[in-house]
Design a binder for this molecule. Structure first.
Ligand code: ADP
Ligand code: MG
Length: 246
């Protein structure tokens, strides 16, 4: 027993915490299965690596601050027929993240934009990517606060640490000139460096209007659209459908 505890302590000092914790079970399994020394050595490594991956994913999931748990598996393509399962599945090799491309979901309220954004974000997190979810409004407030503290640069570089930034509901609410400028700075710092998943109720032809057609609008739109997969979602609101059928 004492020997076991000593060994566990040694594993802990090597920061092999998962192994330290499960050592007794790993040992008895190895004995029961008559593992070779090499197999046992391999199993310890496997166990530690597996637990680290698991805890990293849990950490990334917390950091992402997703507003709800929306699974792609729960998305009903019979209701939303303007995007196919095949199109969505094609995104799940995450080539779009590796190639720093953006996803843009455009459509009226209730058509499933946020559901798809969260569902894809969850899969990306499971695949090991770091994601942050923000509504456009929260993001703009966040940047404004940073700007007031003279820390905009610092904040922008913190936001660029995520592989994917989800910006939800761009275009719903008006923004001040300063906000638009800050947003531009953000988009500029992510351009060809990180991926954005954007949801908006405004189609690009209305974006100029939303951004008041000022000098900042065109470069924002330009940078977001360049290297992006654009999905125009039609159909009726899922919320309304639920109301009328229940
Ligand atoms: P949007 O962001 O386009 O306004 P949401 O993604 O928030 O819409 O969808 C509204 C609600 O309806 C959410 O609860 C979402 O999970 C659900 N929903 C929307 N479209 C679908 C769909 N095709 N299948 C299943 N649930 C859906
Ligand atoms: Mg939404």
């Amino acid at each position: 027993m004492r020997r076991l505890e000593q060994t566990q302590a040694q594993y802990r000092s090597l920061r092999l915490y998962a192994t330290a914790k499960q050592l007794a079970q790993l040992l008895s399994q190895a004995e029961a299965n008559e593992l070779s020394h090499l197999d046992f050595a391999g199993q310890i490594a496997q166990h530690e690596l597996g637990e680290r991956t698991r805890s990293r994913i849990i950490r990334h999931l917390k950091q992402a601050q997703l507003p709800a748990h929306k699974l792609l598996e729960a998305f009903d393509y019979r209701h939303q027929t303007t995007i196919t399962k095949r199109q969505v599945n094609a995104l799940l090799d995450f080539g779009f993240i590796d190639q720093r491309q953006n996803l843009i979901f455009i459509g009226q309220p209730g058509v499933g934009k946020t559901h798809l954004a969260i569902g894809i974000a969850l899969k990306a997190i499971e695949a090991g990517y770091k994601v942050l979810f923000r509504t456009a409004l929260a993001l703009v407030q966040d940047l404004e606060l940073a700007e007031m503290k003279g820390e905009l640069k610092k904040r922008l570089s913190q936001l660029a640490k995520y592989d994917v930034l989800v910006i939800d509901e761009l275009g719903y609410l008006p923004m001040t000139k300063q906000s638009r400028y800050n947003l531009f700075q953000l988009i500029n710092s992510l351009y060809e460096y990180r991926s954005i998943i954007l949801t908006t109720n405004k189609d690009f032809t209305n974006w100029g209007e939303f951004f008041h057609d000022d000098a900042v609008a065109v470069p924002i739109i330009d940078r977001v659209i360049h290297h992006s997969h654009i999905f125009m979602l039609g159909g009726e609101s899922y919320r309304l459908k639920q109301k009328t059928t229940t």
